[in-house]
Write a protein that binds this ligand. Structure first.
Ligand code: HAM
Length: 422
């Protein structure tokens, strides 16, 4: 029987013509983060399942439906990370980062796993870049995070962005608000979908995540909004955040229905969408999570951050592939066993001395075929070494732009390629 093994549904191979673009994007992200004073953190791909139950919330879609969890041979329940805020906070607490400085500005570029129904812009293994600023309770920190999210898309040249922002206030108002919400929606003649019926009792804030138009209509007509319940200080905080956004000329809209799908949020929530994306239109999302550090066992520490989907960034950029590999510097054409061996040794010296790219022949092809390969790779020089040249202790160096050829002694060859001449 033929074996036909393919990648798992919802995952994607990144082929060489795509990794070029990914690296470019990653380099821009690293640079952008560094000039804003953020340092990179990398956490393990899997964590103890408890971290996400406590961190994200048992009744969220992510935890109740979308996690890849399994029991390890040692009996522990482990989970492939479905997001990075909880792992970063776990690491922050574990390494006592709060002790060494009052504010930790961290960023990441990594892969995540959610068992969602795959479609355009929605995968089961996907990638995010994001930031977590842990330590400041002040509105300028929220404003910095939202401004960075907006500006990085500008850096990428993505226009047509829509920034929505809201405040869901302090955790203390949650219980009285949720009671009002439940009361408003458990009256006669209101027919929410089955999922929402369950949500009403378990976690009523999640009702706002429902995509069904009928449920949205019911909410529009009947549901009180959490923004109307937030206290004076929280309102002031919100107003200060948006006043900085105005100064920074970030076009935003206040969306009082924006509650976000993870339980850890407090106060500010925000999302940036693009009409380029279709149904899965969120480029990035985030907000403040002032209780998460404490809930995961650390000292009470305020924090705010966002995360952005990289696959969705590529959709918005409209270039998933780039047909031009970067040109190489030198192709080393060798004919015969002795030439091949010598070619390997000399190539290594050229790389070490000049940091140039030198590509060796390992297919024992004819001179003509190797020359064709050198043309395909668009190298600037080829070095030709065959039995005749070895006898004379030299190689032929051909400049592929001018077509000029010269003979260079094997001894001088490693020093022949000065960086300036390329
Ligand atoms: P999130 O809204 O779940 O937030 O995800 C952030 C972004 O990740 C989304 O806006 C989207 O671009 C991308 N994304 C999410 N799911 C998928 C998927 N299945 N396929 C492709 N892209 C996807 C968080 O993850 C929070 N940790 C954000 C945060 C950081 N809040 C505070 N700090």
């Amino acid at each position: 029987m033929m074996i036909n093994i393919k990648n798992i549904k919802g995952t994607k191979d990144l082929l060489p013509n795509e990794t070029i673009n990914w690296r470019q994007i990653e380099n821009i992200i690293h640079h952008f983060m560094e000039v804003h004073g953020y340092s990179e953190i990398r956490t393990p791909v899997f964590e103890n399942t408890k971290l996400f139950h406590r961190g994200i919330g048992e009744n969220t879609d992510i935890v109740s439906k979308e996690m890849y969890s399994w029991t390890d041979r040692g009996g522990d329940s482990l989970t492939l990370r479905p997001e990075l805020t909880a792992p970063v906070v776990r690491s922050y607490i574990q390494h006592k980062m709060g002790k060494s400085r009052p504010l930790n500005r961290l960023y990441y570029i990594d892969s995540l796993f959610r068992r969602e129904r795959p479609q355009k812009g929605r995968l089961r293994q996907f990638h995010q870049f994001g930031i977590e600023a842990i330590g400041s309770p002040f509105p300028e920190q929220d404003a910095e995070v939202i401004t960075m999210a907006y500006k990085i898309y500008e850096t990428f040249g993505i226009k047509d962005l829509s920034v929505r922002i809201n405040s869901i206030g302090s955790p203390e108002i949650r219980t009285p608000y949720l009671k009002k919400l439940r009361d408003a929606l458990t009256v006669k003649n209101i027919n929410l979908c089955n999922t929402c019926q369950k949500r009403i009792n378990k976690n009523a804030l999640r009702l706002f995540d429902c995509k069904k138009i009928s449920c949205q209509k019911i909410l529009d007509n009947n549901a009180p909004l959490i923004f109307d319940f937030i206290n004076k200080n929280d309102r002031l905080h919100f107003e200060k955040v948006v006043s900085i956004l105005k100064q920074m000329q970030i076009p935003y809209k206040h969306d009082p229905k924006l509650v976000r799908g993870l339980d850890y949020y407090t106060h500010t929530t925000f999302e940036i969408t693009s009409s380029e994306l279709g149904a899965q239109d969120a480029l990035c999302g985030g907000g403040r999570y002032d209780k998460l550090v404490e809930n995961l066992g650390g000292d009470p520490t305020p924090a705010v951050g966002f995360a952005a989907g990289i696959e969705r960034l590529f959709i918005a950029l409209g270039k998933e592939t780039n047909p031009h590999p970067p040109p190489g510097n030198i192709y080393f054409i060798t004919l015969g066993e002795e030439a091949t061996q010598k070619g390997f040794v000399i190539s290594e010296k050229i790389r070490e001395k000049h940091g140039l790219s030198v590509i060796n022949e390992t297919l024992q092809r004819s001179m003509k075929a190797q020359m064709r390969e050198a043309n395909r790779l668009k190298v600037q020089y080829v070095i030709i070494l065959g039995d005749n040249e070895i006898k004379k202790d030299l190689a032929i160096v051909k400049n592929m732009d001018s077509g000029q050829q010269e003979e260079v002694s094997l001894k001088k060859l490693p020093n022949h390629f000065m960086i300036d001449s390329l």
